[in-house]
Design a protein around this ligand. Structure first.
Ligand code: NAP
Length: 345
């Protein structure tokens, strides 16, 4: 019998890579899509014949219970979130509701459908295993660098605070109820399917500049550093984390940081241009990389999961630029990215 997985956020970057990965392993994949989503125009448009989609929303507890009841999953991957950190300052209550309370609703849905209502140790080996997409943003002003599984949360945004709540709650349901619940504390991971943040903004702008559609790219802080990896590698870690004898939390990151300047240099180099001719920098709220000290200590993921990233930073940047260039030069690509292309300044 093939395993069954339920993925929230299936139309997102990670959801689409995880779906491809699990289908490749022979899983039956169920995905939760929001009432507003058009799956055909999403990142899983090419997979619709192979997945079963259910309408639902992390703010709607009943829809989550119905989804778990219908899918009867062996594994639940809670990837849905309001994932753009700066937006969480404009919609702080929504960020708390989706990224924080949404985790609670998902855990409760599993508990309700499994028929386990009493702590402690109420869970059963047949209950679904749960993966929560936690974020290094919860470390914020971290007291130590690099950050590991026991580094205390010190978030600096509504997004980070909500993710910290979801992370702590996942540990509570594991420890108090015996649920197989994993929090994957993921550092930045990108791909050609990423929504525009700093990295995708750069790759899209470089492609547009190469094609003569724009001339300048403005970035806030070129010296800001991040631990950047490739999303395809991170979904492997998610799956591995649910295959272990015991549930635990894992920091998922490369352990190396690069600056925005490094990214810009590689990206322009890929299209044969000198970044210094096109990039301006200076303060501006939209481009701010909020934290400088975030670097993963992925030792536990290495030793217990046998997980290592396979795509280097340089390969990642080149992959994103090449993809955006292809997307903008083909009609199909341009049509597939109207929202994204429209956001590039
Ligand atoms: P993404 O591309 O922005 O995808 C987010 C997904 O969540 C979309 O499918 C979106 O659907 C869905 N969603 C949003 N609000 C929802 C709601 N109220 N109910 C149900 N679904 C909702 O994000 P990603 O980059 O794949 O990230 C996946 C997860 O990892 C997120 O939880 C994110 O916070 C976390 N994470 C990501 C990174 C990173 O660097 N990418 C790092 C650390 C943690 P719609 O499009 O219909 O809104």
């Amino acid at each position: 019998m093939s395993k069954r997985a339920l993925i929230t956020g299936i139309t997102g970057q990670d959801g689409s890579y995880l779906t491809e990965y699990l289908l490749g392993l022979g899983y039956q994949v169920w995905g939760l899509v929001t009432p507003r989503a058009d799956p055909r125009a999403s990142r899983i448009g090419h997979l619709l014949a192979e997945v079963s989609l259910l309408r639902g929303d992390l703010t709607d507890a009943e829809s989550l219970v119905a989804a778990v009841d219908r899918a009867r999953p062996d594994e639940v991957y809670n990837l849905a979130a309001m994932s753009f950190v700066p937006l969480s300052w404009q919609q702080a209550e929504l960020a708390a509701d989706v990224n924080g309370m949404g985790v609670l609703r998902m855990l409760e849905a599993i508990r309700i459908v499994s028929g386990r209502d009493g702590p402690p140790g109420g869970a059963h080996p047949g209950d679904p295993r749960f993966y929560q997409a936690s974020s290094s943003e919860m470390f914020g002003n971290a007291a130590e660098t690099p950050q590991h599984e026991h580094t205390p949360p010190q978030p600096r945004s509504p997004y980070g605070a909500a993710k910290a709540y979801g992370h702590l709650l996942t540990g509570n349901y594991r420890d108090a109820l015996g649920l197989y619940a994993v929090s994957g504390i993921m550092f930045n991971h990108e791909s050609p399917r990423r929504r525009p943040g700093v990295a995708r903004k750069i790759s899209l702008a470089v492609a547009r500049i190469k094609l003569g559609h724009q001339d300048k790219l403005h970035l806030d802080r070129l010296d800001a550093r991040r631990d950047w990896g490739y999303a395809g590698d991170y979904v492997r870690a998610m799956h591995l984390a649910l295959q272990q004898d015991r549930a635990a939390d894992y920091v998922i990151g490369t352990g190396r940081t690069h600056s925005v300047r490094d990214m810009v240099r590689i990206a322009f180099d890929e299209v044969g241009l000198d970044w210094r001719d096109h990039v301006t920098s200076g303060s501006g709220p939209e481009d701010t990389v909020e934290t400088d000290l975030l670097r993963a200590d992925p030792v536990r993921a290495h030793s217990r999961l046998g997980w290592r990233p396979t795509v280097s930073f340089e390969e990642l940047v080149r992959m994103m630029v090449d993809s955006d260039l292809r997307g903008l030069t083909t009609e199909r690509g341009a049509a597939a990215h109207p929202r994204i292309a429209g956001q590039v300044g």
